[in-house]
Design a protein around this ligand. Structure first.
Ligand SMILES: *Cc1c(COP(=O)(O)O)cnc(C)c1O
Length: 326
């Protein structure tokens, strides 16, 4: 398993003009089936599950969820059975995310939208866990304190000096880990993928506090880059992602990293960062979602072959970086 994800510096006329440096931290290449922050979030949970001699990973997610995809792949690789409680009714044929999860051995169970709302309730969780042999529970999105611990390593493993870290946020678990990992150094900026992302202020503060016992001030949320809400997009966002791929050879995802990097470029354009700032934007992965996303919205781009070849290209890139390190 690769231990360090490489930093890929970008060359771009805007960066030259504004005198800032921007590198992409290719966390999306950390692990083939369990990319990016999902691997970071699962790592210590999988250890804990093994130590407690649990046999079944039980979790919740939407039908296109990167977390569901990652838990299924992790179960297969590390020898756990997996059960995924999916929001909404079964739709056949399965979408590419759920189809792959099934191929990785995940048992899918469906919850009505009303029942799904109970997913944070302890007694509802207890009922669900009774139905699985030796269960280990992972919350929706995988955020708990062991996930936060895993995400501190995104920062502690950085090999180059930096001033500002940028990351997409869903539940805020990844960002909380990065804030804890930065331990007051530099600045961490989170870009919520949901509308009304200001609620993450409280979530992140609490997670950081619970994990580290500290409160830090060196982080902020940019809540205006949600493009209409979770899993929504505009033509502008899609053309940014396409253009970013053409310029830099890096495929972003439409739900999280595309919005975050759009925001980063927008802030650079507005002179938000002083000259000389060294920015690192974390590519948390999520490309698995493209095939289903493109089908759902009738998009011609990116083609499934492109999604696959990007990942293949990514691993070649990672190998080159690792060889250079040795
Ligand atoms: C899940 C996910 C996130 C959000 O992580 P949180 O810890 O829930 O904030 C960001 N980017 C990608 C690609 C993801 O899959």
């Amino acid at each position: 398993m690769p231990e360090v994800s490489p930093l890929q510096p970008l060359t771009d006329p805007l960066l030259t003009q504004k005198g800032v440096a921007l590198s992409i931290l290719r966390e999306d290449l950390l692990h083939p089936g369990i990319p990016g922050n999902k691997w970071r979030k699962l790592k210590y949970n999988l250890q804990e599950a093994r130590e407690k001699e649990c046999e079944t990973l039980v979790t919740f997610g939407g039908a296109f969820s990167n977390h569901i995809a990652a838990v299924a792949a992790a179960g297969q690789e590390f020898g756990f059975a997996t059960i995924g409680y999916i929001r909404g009714e079964e739709t056949l044929p399965l979408n590419p995310t759920l189809e792959l999860a099934t191929r990785h051995g995940m048992q899918l169970r469906y919850l009505s939208r009303t029942d799904y709302r109970l997913r944070h309730e302890p007694h509802f969780q207890a009922e669900i866990l009774k139905k699985a042999p030796k269960p280990y529970f992972l919350p929706e999105g995988g955020t708990n304190l062991l996930a936060v611990k895993g995400c501190t390593e995104i920062v502690s493993e950085l090999t180059e000096p930096w001033d500002v870290l940028c990351v997409a946020a869903g539940t805020g678990g990844t960002m909380a880990g990065m804030v804890a990992g930065a331990a007051g150094q530099g600045k961490v900026i989170g870009f919520p993928a949901l509308k009304g992302g200001a609620f993450l202020q409280k979530e992140v503060t609490e997670l950081v506090q619970e994990y580290s016992g500290q409160t830090y001030q060196n982080w902020a949320l940019q809540t205006e880059y949600h493009f209409g809400g979770y899993a929504r997009h505009t033509p502008e966002l899609l053309s940014f992602i396409q253009q970013f791929y053409q310029s830099h050879g890096i495929l972003l995802d439409p739900v999280y990293t595309g919005k975050m990097l759009y925001g980063v470029f927008d802030l650079i354009r507005q002179d938000y960062f002083p000259k000389g700032t060294r920015l690192v934007a974390v590519h948390t992965g999520g490309q698995q979602g493209w095939t289903g996303y493109a089908q759902r919205y009738g998009l011609a781009w990116p083609l499934p072959e492109l999604v696959k070849s990007d990942v293949a290209f990514g691993f070649t890139f990672l190998k080159t970086c690792q060889n250079r390190r040795r």
